[in-house]
Design a protein around this ligand. Structure first.
Ligand code: ADP
Length: 759
């Protein structure tokens, strides 16, 4: 059994063929591998005497000593007095408690050159002596190249362009066959977002790697050091002896040792990919692991020298910093575009009578610059749709559900997980973002994003990352060998809504609310002006009518005088004078109606509790003669409840409706029913079995001086009765309307207070 599976075995959940996968690496303690790679020599020293405590077995050959002798020697014996002095100086001035620090260069026997790196852990000093190449890299060259690379990176316009250039630059620098930018997603899987390739290699661009391909311990290691290098995937590990550290009495912690032997799972995995050497640069965003720049050599091993690695590390820092700002710039542009769109949208909104027209009818609409597939405006149960959306009915139900959530700006990229009916419309709205326009109803604006991506190009089947084989009673895990594309549907998820998008729609929400409030203010101002001009009109009508009556009386009495002296007139002239008198009487009646009408508008109304039974009784008494004469039966269904109203006006209302009901009836047996319906507010009615009214005259009957009949039919009338009645009801805040079947009868309904809106 190899070392890797041993660690997994010791876990509480023993490895079985069922539960084994690459994430067994998650439980593997790779920092305790107890071995290094052959391009370095490792020494563990005691401080301050710099005695050798442990050493990699290849040290014997390098220092031409037996392992026993080596393990009883010290730094001076191995490195020489001068180097040791320099070493001590550096040790005294540096903390060395993190990533290994380059301490010195030195040659063994004039031929083998080494870079010496040191760091402290668990109270011991670890020296890693990395073999240096023959020709020392020209540091000056590297730095001028680096400067140029950074200049070019700075001038890119978008994050994509930036990443593409970054991988090109790293490849130019390191000479690897393949350089990929790899970005971690929320679930730990990762996408290859940019790639620079030697011609002829199969591209990995766009592939997604399952989370288990880069197990947790490896990711932890990536965030500890900027650059990790594996010069030869097929290396033979060099053990460190003795296995137990004599000072700590435990295994040596190699967390920071960059020449540490890596997990067998990892090298197997790389071998399966046909990789011979790797170099991985960590990319951080705001201190968090964002992704990697992963370099691979497929043809041969390659040992990247310290100087070049330093340059890569520097490049990694710069890329991390610049990448953040490139992404910010991308977001900033998007934000600006949205802000400009909202300004135009709110201008349209201010100009349109219906604010929804401002949001949906003109370019830009609420969808134009938004990164979404569709949008909807829901107001008072009515739905307007833009782009690709669920049906209006589905949107309405969804809005009602969102209204039960507490946020004013709501968003999710997995709607169906919260709201199961969304399963039916994943294609248009796997994700939704919504702003609520009012607290107490489902009025809102929604944006939709479809399921994304419909398919993912997995690099290998994520369900089967490992092949398991049994060798005797030990288990051998090997990463999968097949790397064919495996398409997997990622269901129920849209692209994520970013925080700045939520902010941007929050801004839009404020703008809409502003316009709507302003509109409400304008309406109330108009109402006040209207009230004022109504009052003025009423007093004008009153004065005019009043003043007209005087000359009218004159015309009437003078025509009477002439007629009285009839000897002077022929029959024809007498007839004409008679007509003048009839007409003045009619005009007088009209003026009276007008006066009555304007009085209703301007009079002070006192609302008091009134017993409607008394009122109706009084009205019936007043019109009784007329009812009897027309042979009308009166039906009073049940007693009325008390009502808060103006008794004088309500009496007139009943009287007018009752008179009409009796008048407009040609049946031999006439009846009138007076009653009420228990609604909110109470609805009173006067019903008759009369001639009825054609519904097309529904509005005309309420217009002043409009009659549906020739003047002398049905006992005549001025045509102002229903107009005045309606005004009296409106002064109570109520409403009047009728239902009728011509030839069968009519029912006039009215209320004496405002209608309650549904909450
Ligand atoms: P008028 O003085 O003519 O009765 P109203 O304003 O009261 O004026 O009514 C307007 C018109 O509405 C009437 O001329 C009549 O044609 C019609 N109308 C009113 N009430 C009834 C009713 N109960 N049945 C049928 N027609 C009616």
């Amino acid at each position: 059994m190899n070392q890797e599976t041993k660690a997994a075995d010791s876990d509480e959940n023993p490895v079985t063929a069922e539960n084994v996968d690459l994430s067994n690496c998650d439980r593997e303690l790779i920092q305790y591998s107890g071995a290094i790679q052959p391009h370095a020599v490792l020494l563990v020293l005691n401080e301050p005497d710099l005695r050798v405590l442990q050493a990699s077995t290849n040290a014997a050959a390098v220092f031409s000593l037996s392992m026993e002798n080596l393990l009883t020697s010290n730094a001076e014996a191995l490195l020489g007095a001068q180097n040791t002095e320099q070493l001590r100086k550096r040790l005294g001035s540096t903390k060395l408690d993190g990533s290994p620090v380059h301490l010195l260069r030195f040659d063994v026997g004039g031929k083998q050159r080494f870079h010496v790196f040191g760091h402290r852990i668990d109270g011991v000093l670890i020296l890693e002596l990395e073999m240096a190449g023959d020709a020392a890299a020209d540091t000056l060259d590297i730095y001028s190249e680096l400067r140029m690379a950074i200049g070019r990176l700075q001038s890119t316009a978008s994050l994509d362009e930036f990443m593409n250039l970054a991988v090109d630059q790293v490849r130019e620098f390191t000479g690897f066959d393949r350089v990929m930018a790899y970005r971690f997603l929320e679930d730990g899987s990762g996408d290859v977002t940019a790639e620079s390739l030697k011609p002829g290699l199969e591209p990995y661009l766009g592939l997604r790697y399952p989370a288990s391909d880069i197990p947790l311990p490896a990711r932890r290691m990536y965030s500890l050091s900027w650059v990790r290098h594996l010069p030869d995937v097929a290396y033979e590990p060099i053990p460190i002896v003795p296995a137990t550290n004599p000072v700590t009495k435990g295994p040596l912690d190699l967390s920071y040792a960059f020449t540490r032997s890596v997990s067998v799972m990892y090298t197997e995995y790389l071998k399966n990919m046909g990789t011979q050497a790797t170099l991985v640069i960590t990319l951080l965003k705001k201190g968090e692991l964002w992704g990697l720049i992963s370099c691979m050599n497929h043809e041969r091993p390659v040992h990247v020298q310290y100087e070049t690695r330093m340059a890569c590390e520097f490049l990694g820092h710069m890329i991390s910093l610049l990448m953040d700002s490139k992404e910010e710039i991308g977001n900033y542009r998007y934000k600006l575009k949205l802000a400009a769109a909202w300004d135009q949208v709110s201008e349209h909104m201010a100009r349109e009578k219906d604010f929804r027209d401002g949001l949906t009818k003109h370019e830009p609409t609420i969808l134009t610059n938004m990164d979404a597939g569709g949008a909807a405006v829901v107001a008072k149960g009515d739905v307007r749709l833009l782009g690709t959306t669920p049906t209006a009915e589905q949107v309405l139900r969804l809005a009602e559900w969102i209204a039960t959530q507490s946020e004013t700006v709501f968003s999710t990229e997995r709607l169906a997980a919260l709201y199961p009916p969304a399963d039916a419309f994943q294609g248009s709205a796997a994700g939704v973002m919504a702003i609520r326009l009012a607290r107490n109803n489902a009025d809102m604006i929604l944006w939709f994003r479809p399921e994304l991506p419909q398919t993912v190009s997995w690099a290998g089947n994520p369900e089967k990352p490992v092949e398991v084989s049994f060798e005797g009673d030990s288990i051998r895990l090997a990463p999968r060998r097949s790397f064919e594309l495996w398409k997997q549907s990622v269901s129920g998820r849209s692209a994520a809504w970013e925080s700045w998008e939520l902010e941007a729609v929050g801004d839009l929400r404020r703008k809409i609310v502003e316009v709507v409030l302003q509109r409400a203010e304008e309406v109330s101002l108009l109402n006040r002006q209207l009230e004022q001009s109504n009052l003025e009109l009423d007093s004008f009508a009153y004065i005019a009518a009043h003043d007209l009556k005087e000359p009218l009386r004159g015309i009437n009495s003078f025509s009477g005088l002439i007629r009285a002296d009839s000897s002077q007139l022929d029959a024809k002239s007498n007839k004409h004078l008679e007509t003048i008198q009839t007409l003045t009487k009619r005009m007088d009646a009209l003026i009276d109606s007008l006066l009555a009408y304007s009085k209703v508008g301007s009079m002070e109304l006192q609302m008091v509790p009134v017993d409607l039974n008394t009122i109706v009784e009084h009205v019936v008494r007043t019109v009784k003669a007329r009812l009897d004469e027309s042979n009308v039966t009166l039906r009073l269904a049940r007693p009325f409840p008390m009502a808060s109203c103006n008794a004088q006006l309500v009496e007139e209302v009943f009287q007018n409706l009752l008179t009409n009901a009796a008048k407009y009836n040609d049946k031999p047996e006439r009846w009138i029913e007076i009653g009420y319906q228990e609604q909110n507010p109470i609805t009173y009615f006067v019903r008759d079995n009369g001639i009825g009214i054609d519904p097309q005259h529904a509005e005309q009957v309420f217009q002043i001086f409009r009659r549906l009949h020739p003047r002398h039919e049905f006992g005549g009338g001025s045509g102002a009765g229903l107009t005045i009645t309606r005004r009296m009801i409106q002064r109570h805040g109520g409403r009047i309307w009728f239902e009728s079947t011509p030839g069968e009868g009519s029912t006039f309904y009215f209320t004496l207070g405002p209608e309650k809106r549904e909450a």
